[in-house]
Design a protein around this ligand. Structure first.
Ligand code: ASN
Length: 314
């Protein structure tokens, strides 16, 4: 990482915070948060506070720097996602959501994507006894309503960005992971994202491409009952989620298939022994959503203190 004088950093932060683009984007993001929150509360969801450190967090399916904090003899991680907490909560609450700050200390190859911040917020939600179908239609309706409201209330800001925000038609297109890969090769997500004019779903993701907690289709071994939503116009991944494994034997088998250890997830396993419910949910990145709404090429332009992998930031 390049060395930087403190005075340079102060200058950089101040010039960033002064930018009209950032100020407008933050105004929009502030509305995005309240509209989404109102939308979910209006549908019976309870907002829960975020978990920042825990003995249990998402293993993710890609490498990140992974520090732990030793505290009273236990190893705590900084939350990478609240996936397990969401699932455990559905034992006692039917529908929950949280604006969850996630820390993923990405490696430097993610610095130039324009889509990665090491610290970001996802709106993470989970519903007990729901199916993938249920959460996909919820996601579609939520996005359509959000975009319509933003168009009405932020027309000046969208005009400033020169953004003609299109309201997508429901249901969004669905493409099976394996079909997309066959037709476009390994880079299908970015190819399709550039080609499409409206958000679309990638469904039925192969088991090895995702974490152990997404449910394997009992009728189609190796295929998960999960999904990603991808933004059009080259903006890439928006959301990911799916149905969850909830039976103890399935959870243990899936942990082993990933070559992870029961020790690593012992707390979650204890909850599974106690009994978990079937559930489904998803998480949508707030900064990526704001970036898409504003039509900006770089994610740091929607965050006051952006943590771009490999770069010093406040
Ligand atoms: N929030 C995602 C989900 O609900 C998980 C993640 O962020 N890795 O599936």
């Amino acid at each position: 990482m390049e060395a930087k004088e403190i005075s340079d950093l102060v200058y950089e932060v101040n010039s960033h915070l002064e930018k009209p683009e950032l100020q407008r984007a933050l105004k929009i993001e502030s509305s995005v948060r309240s509209y989404l929150s109102d939308y979910l509360k209006g549908r019976g969801f309870i907002e829960v506070p975020p978990v920042i450190i825990s003995v249990l967090t998402d293993p993710l399916n890609h490498p990140v720097y992974d520090p732990t904090i030793d505290y009273y003899g236990y190893k705590y991680s900084i939350t990478k996602s609240m996936i397990f907490h969401k699932h455990i909560l559905t034992k006692h609450f039917g529908k929950i959501f949280t604006f969850s700050p996630n820390i993923r200390l990405e490696e430097e190859d993610k610095a130039e994507t324009g889509r990665h911040l090491s610290e970001f917020t996802q709106l993470d939600l989970e519903i007990r006894d729901a199916t993938r179908e249920d959460v996909m239609s919820l996601g579609e309706e939520m996005i359509v309503e959000l975009f319509s409201k933003i168009k009405k209330t932020h027309s000046d800001d969208l005009k400033f960005f020169g953004r003609d925000l299109r309201i997508p038609k429901k249901p969004f297109e669905r493409i099976r992971y394996k079909d997309a890969e066959k037709e476009y090769g390994g880079d299908f997500e970015s190819i399709l994202s550039k080609e499409k004019k409206e958000p679309f779903w990638i469904i039925d993701i192969p088991l090895e491409k995702r974490e152990f907690y997404d449910r394997e289709d009992p009728q189609r071994p190796g295929i998960l009952v999960d999904m990603d939503l991808v933004y059009p116009e080259g903006f890439g991944e928006a959301l990911s989620g799916g149905e969850r494994e909830y039976k103890l034997d399935r959870i243990i088998e899936r942990i082993h298939k990933k070559r992870q250890t029961e020790e690593q997830f012992k707390w979650y396993i204890e909850f599974a022994k106690d009994g978990l419910y079937p559930s489904a949910g998803f998480g949508i990145g707030i900064e990526r959503l704001t970036r898409y709404i504003c039509g900006l090429s770089r994610i740091e332009d929607v965050h006051p203190f952006p943590k771009v992998p490999g770069k010093l930031s406040l």
